[in-house]
Design a protein around this ligand. Structure first.
Ligand SMILES: [Zn+2]
Length: 380
């Protein structure tokens, strides 16, 4: 078959990739390994970051890996394509031991994640590149971007020099679900960090002197919708901490949370409403609310007629993958950053299930399907 891959080499590559401890900010070993593999395949590889302080802050991390496989054959001068994946895993990800079961399923030993997120993406890319070269398939320039610290709101790809990229379209291999499906829209994610500053006082001797920051926080929170809203946006308050003792009126309380929305302006509007509610409630009681947070990633929607969507469907059809409908994801990925930089990007399913849990799994057949699809993306 035109897009068959070396299943045994793919499996060994996947197992090798998952054998590294590579939680976010600890990607150095796996980064060195992937860089060496790309060089072995003859690609031109660069590792650099636009944030000189990133590796000082995170000495166990690794820069973004950018590599190019030059085009060849009749497709040599066609539009280049970018393939992307990430190096890091979530925790618990130290001491991972992948187990291959008789039915082809691959799991961890139950104490850690497996790391298919995103070893499956990297293994698919490495195997597809190796197969394209071996088979002498004609293809345009293929750019590869492998990022660190994706699981921490895509911090690695925040510090990439996008002027290096020539591709106008990209596939990010980093999604669960059956191979052949892809997400064309992902949300804006805003974090919330709110501090209520009241006044501490002794709860028995002088409660009149205090301003209870905890009561203010509860009053503000009680008027705010949480969970999935009618618009599809989500709001969560995740932590609350503060106070110093049972007999002290709490002078400070800190609340963190997040807002997600596929509509960027709605996310901003929701956040501003939340901030206003805390500020007004605090003011009413003579306290102050200091509201902050960060825009982690920005929402995108790739049009169903976009070139990258047609390209993806063509490749999926070529390998007989179920032509899944495009779907929404509520998580961010490096596709958010790429789309923000004007590169039309989909996130494609690449053989991972139950991600971010110790029940994470994949199987040999799905892995092969993901690698074959990646090969078809290169050559179709
Ligand atoms: Zn991932």
């Amino acid at each position: 078959m035109r897009y068959s891959v070396d299943n045994d080499r793919l499996l060994q590559s996947f197992l090798k990739l998952t054998s590294f401890d590579s939680e976010s900010y600890g990607e150095r070993e796996v980064g060195e390994y992937v860089t060496a593999e790309l060089k072995k395949l003859g690609l031109q590889v660069r590792t650099d970051t636009t944030d000189a302080g990133f590796l000082e802050r995170h000495p166990g991390s690794y820069p973004n890996i950018y590599a190019v496989l030059p085009g060849t054959g009749e497709k040599k001068d066609e539009e280049p394509l970018l393939l992307a994946a990430h190096l890091d895993t979530v925790s618990p990800g130290r001491g991972k031991k992948a187990a291959v079961h008789g039915d082809g399923t691959i799991t961890s030993d139950g104490t850690t994640v497996l790391g298919a997120d995103d070893a499956a993406g990297i293994a698919s890319i490495l195997e597809a590149l190796a197969s394209a070269i071996e088979k002498g398939l004609s293809h345009p320039d293929i750019e590869v971007l492998i990022t660190p610290a994706e699981e921490t709101f895509c911090e690695g790809s925040e510090h990439f020099d996008y002027s290096l990229l020539r591709s106008k379209k990209a596939i990010v291999l980093d999604l669960d679900g059956p191979v052949g499906t892809a997400a064309n829209t992902a949300p804006t994610i805003l974090s919330l960090d709110i501090e209520i500053i009241g006044r501490a006082a002794h709860a028995g001797f002088a409660p009149e002197d205090g301003i209870n920051a905890l009561s203010i926080a509860v009053e503000a929170l009680s008027g705010l919708p949480v969970g999935r809203l009618a618009s599809g946006s989500t709001v969560n308050f995740g932590t609350i901490e503060g106070g110093t003792g049972k007999n002290i009126v709490p002078g400070r309380v800190r609340i963190t949370g997040e807002v997600r929305s596929h509509d960027h302006s709605e996310a901003l509007r929701r956040r501003d409403e939340i901030f206003a509610r805390f500020e007004e409630t605090a003011k009413k009681h003579g306290a102050k609310a200091v509201c902050g947070g960060k825009e982690h990633i920005r929402a995108y929607l790739v049009d169903e007629d976009a070139a990258i969507v047609k390209h993806f469907y063509r490749a999926a059809a070529a390998v007989g993958a179920e032509p899944g409908a495009l779907r929404k994801t509520y998580g961010g990925s490096d596709a958010n950053r790429l789309n923000e930089h004007g590169i039309e990007s989909l996130v494609a399913a690449c053989a991972m299930e139950n991600v971010h849990t110790t029940a994470e799994r994949t199987n040999i057949k799905e892995l092969a399907g993901a690698a074959e699809l990646t090969l078809a993306l290169i050559a179709e």
